[in-house]
Ligand binder design. Structure first.
Ligand SMILES: *[C@@H]1O[C@H](CO)[C@@H](O)[C@H](O)[C@H]1NC(C)=O
Ligand SMILES: *[C@@H]1O[C@H](CO)[C@@H](O)[C@H](O)[C@H]1NC(C)=O
Length: 741
């Protein structure tokens, strides 16, 4: 009996399931495809075409239980993208008219006499099948509301623009509508709802379009939620928040079609989104919900740490795709029901505060609901609980953004769920999740965020560009007759790079110094050495060369333009660092910063090395403090060069931080070209500079390269302690940064 059973089992294991749909039927003319699950029932083929083309009859096919692919009889082919045809244009004319409008075609608009043109004079058909720019409108300025315009591809009924008048739109055949079908001219001279647009089913929003539209809607939201917010250009000041009450609820689709990889990316996106929100100097509460057949909260609004962005990020990270087990349907309603439940709990807890709090919901989905029923029912319930009615001006209290990813979504469904507001976009349809991630990364690069110190793209999984990982590193070259010296520095503001004083001769000529930042080389306007830096000042104490106060600031001849590759690092005791350390309130002091960054006897830190010509590399070291630092002094005393120094504290003053050695870990040594570079304490994904690489006791490097052999046990590296040199930094940087007391 037993052997037979075993045989059957072996046979079962060997039997490779034969594909049930015919793989020969799937190739696409002019494009490429990928098959998931090898052609078994339930497997999917995804098509892609070159830019300016789209797959016809659809972006994907499923292997149905009948053993046939969807639309199997239609041969897949890449077709040329068209833009919608202009059907109606009011109070003017446009040219050139043709039957079809392909990518690159330009439409020109003119208004009749007496009408003023709003929007662009010409629009170009783009590769995603959308016309560039906004809707062009010819308005006679006579109506109570402005002419709401006719999107290309739409027809409009209604041409009176007085108060309470309505207009309705329809899209031409084959086009899908996003936005509002009906709009009404309201008392505030704006049209209700959102401007409609008509698109072909193959049209997706590009990451750039999403970044711009989402970012502007979001900032408008956040800024208007804080009446005390003052626009500041370069320097952000901390204020105690009174006005900024907001709940942010992120809803992630974890259904089967998403897959573990894309779910991982969705988690990354949530992180970048939270980072973006924190760039607004703003402290909302977060909730995160994952949904498949059921909704599972990842983080609740009622959690004690729902204001702590990092705690929320940790919870998102810890959440597993497999949490829904085999319950992998798409129950969008359940997720919104969960949202409703969270909000109603808030309402019970503190009804007054609840009604003063704005709510932003961000829903990411890759499919239409297939269970649980109509999700928009829950949107109505959410509006009810927030007391939002047509007539009470409370629309500001709810913004529902929906990101539909891929071609399996229902345009109608995502459009119905999303908020509709004048001059804002809440519904986005993107080709895939990578495009969405890109959109969020672009948002992190906008000017407001670029001012933030100590940011890096290290946390984003697949960065390609090393400069985005260490965007605050500057490379300094000093070219003297017959020799060239290299040092590192850190960008601390738009005009200043912090580095070591010993990189320069006391009579260095400014024109010999070049500073490379990103891919640009800058000249130097001024070089400031710390006023107490005096390399020969301790020869009488046996110290051949003193590195005390080894700090210099280079003022660049041209100010830097911050970008994803060029950003400032955080200097302790500045308002930027206060923000990065997530400290709140007016009374934050410099010693609060020091307590967070340099408390333990062993502090995890890092520096950036450049061993080969281009690649920068992170090196993790441990700063030894208090009793652990004593070993630094003891070990240094044992080195020949220091045997004759009566008091080692003359060489290693209290102004130095110490790393190196082999205890409790083998610290990588600093080498020649590392001098002047920052010693950094990473704090919750932000990079805080606590030291400047100054000198080492044993240099066993070959030029900039670390010796591959064992690190000498006595080897120690010393770094100028930034906290000890703040008065000097403050003096020189007072125009560029705000320091706390
Ligand atoms: C419009 O069409 C005319 C001829 O029909 C052509 O000469 C002209 O270049 C076209 N203009 C544009 C902007 O396409
Ligand atoms: C919504 O949530 C409540 C509370 O968990 C539950 O009792 C109810 O059945 C849910 N409704 C739907 C439609 O899922």
């Amino acid at each position: 009996m037993l052997p037979l059973l075993l045989l059957i089992q072996i046979a079962l294991c060997i039997a490779v399931p034969t594909p049930e749909c015919d793989l020969r039927k799937i190739p696409i003319t002019g494009g490429t495809y990928t098959v998931r699950d090898g052609g078994n029932v339930g497997s999917t083929v995804e098509y892609s075409c070159p830019p300016g083309m789209y797959p016809h009859p659809s972006f994907s096919r499923d292997c149905l239980y009948t053993g046939h692919w969807t639309d199997e009889d239609v041969k897949a082919q890449c077709r040329v993208v068209q833009c919608p045809r202009p059907e109606m244009f009011e109070n003017g004319h446009f040219y050139n008219r043709t039957q079809k409008y392909f990518v690159g075609h330009v439409l020109h608009f003119e208004c009749y006499g007496g009408f003023k043109m709003l929007g662009p004079e010409s629009r170009t058909c783009q590769a995603n099948g959308k016309w560039s720019g906004e809707v062009t409108i010819c308005d006679d300025q006579e109506g109570f509301c402005l002419n709401p315009g006719i999107p290309i591809g739409a027809t409009k009924v209604g041409s009176s623009y007085n108060i309470e008048q309505k207009v309705t739109y329809k899209c031409l055949k084959g086009l899908q509508m996003f936005g509002s079908e009906e709009r009404e001219c309201m008392e505030n001279k704006r049209w209700s709802g959102a401007e409609p647009s008509c698109r072909y089913p193959y049209t997706f929003d590009t990451p750039e379009e999403v970044a711009e539209a989402f970012s502007s809607s979001l900032s408008e939201n956040i800024e208007s939620s804080d009446p005390e917010r003052v626009e500041e250009d370069a320097i952000r000041k901390l204020r105690v928040k009174t006005g900024g009450l907001m709940n942010i609820i992120i809803i992630l689709d974890t259904s089967k079609s998403v897959g573990p990889k894309n779910f991982g990316i969705a988690k990354d996106i949530s992180e970048v989104f939270i980072e973006k929100i924190s760039s607004f100097d703003f402290n909302p509460r977060y909730a995160v919900i994952s949904y498949a057949s059921f909704a599972k909260p990842i983080a609740l609004l009622s959690d004690d740490d729902s204001v702590d962005a990092d705690a929320v990020i940790e919870k998102i990270k810890a959440f597993k795709y497999t949490a829904h087990a085999d319950k992998q349907g798409t129950n969008t309603r359940a997720a919104l029901n969960e949202t409703h439940n969270m909000l109603s709990l808030e309402n019970t807890r503190d009804p007054k505060k609840f009604l003063e709090t704005r709510n932003v919901i961000l829903l990411m989905t890759d499919g239409k609901h297939n269970m649980g029923g109509d999700p928009t029912v829950e949107i109505k319930r959410i509006r009810e609980i927030l007391n939002i009615r047509k007539d009470n001006n409370r629309e500001d209290y709810l913004d529902v953004y929906v990101f539909g990813l891929g071609s399996d979504i229902s345009e109608e469904e995502i459009n119905d769920i999303a908020s509709k507001k004048d001059n804002e976009k809440h519904v986005f349809r993107m080709e895939n999740i990578l495009d969405m991630k890109k959109a969020f990364e672009i948002m992190l690069d906008d000017t407001e965020v670029l001012q933030m110190c100590g940011l890096s793209k290290e946390r984003l999984a697949d960065y390609e560009d090393i400069e985005q990982v260490f965007p605050w590193i500057a490379k300094i070259t000093i070219t003297r007759p017959g020799s060239e010296e290299k040092c590192k520095g850190s960008i601390v503001s738009k005009s200043f790079v912090l580095t070591a004083a010993h990189c320069f001769h006391l009579d260095e000529l400014l024109h010999t110094i070049n500073v490379r930042v990103g891919d640009k080389v800058f000249r130097v306007k001024n070089l400031y050495r710390h006023s107490d830096y005096n390399p020969l000042g301790k020869t009488d104490k046996g110290v051949e060369k003193s590195y005390d106060y080894d700090m210099a600031l280079i003022e660049l001849a041209q100010t830097l333009e911050f970008s994803s590759k060029i950003r400032p690092i955080c200097l302790p005791c500045t308002t930027g660092a206060t923000w990065a350390l997530k400290l709140r309130g007016k009374s934050v002091t410099c010693s609060d910063h020091e307590k967070i960054l340099l408390t333990d006897e062993l502090v995890k830190a890092m520096f950036v090395a450049e061993e080969t010509d281009k690649a920068l590399e992170r090196k993790d070291v441990i700063i030894k403090r208090e009793s652990k630092r004593l070993a630094c002094l003891e070990d240094t005393k044992k080195i020949d060069k220091f045997k004759d120094v009566p008091d080692i504290k003359d060489a290693i003053t209290d102004n130095f931080l110490c790393t190196g050695g082999i205890n409790p870990q083998v610290d990588p040594q600093t080498c020649k070209g590392d001098s002047g570079g920052p010693v950094i304490v990473p704090y919750k994904h932000r990079y805080m500079q606590v030291g400047i690489i100054s000198w080492g006791t044993i240099i066993s490097c070959k030029g900039p390269r670390r010796d591959p052999g064992p690190v000498p046990a006595l080897s120690r590296d010393f770094h100028a302690d930034v906290f000890k040199m703040l008065p000097w930094l403050k003096e020189i940087l007072k125009e560029d940064l705000i320091f706390v007391d």
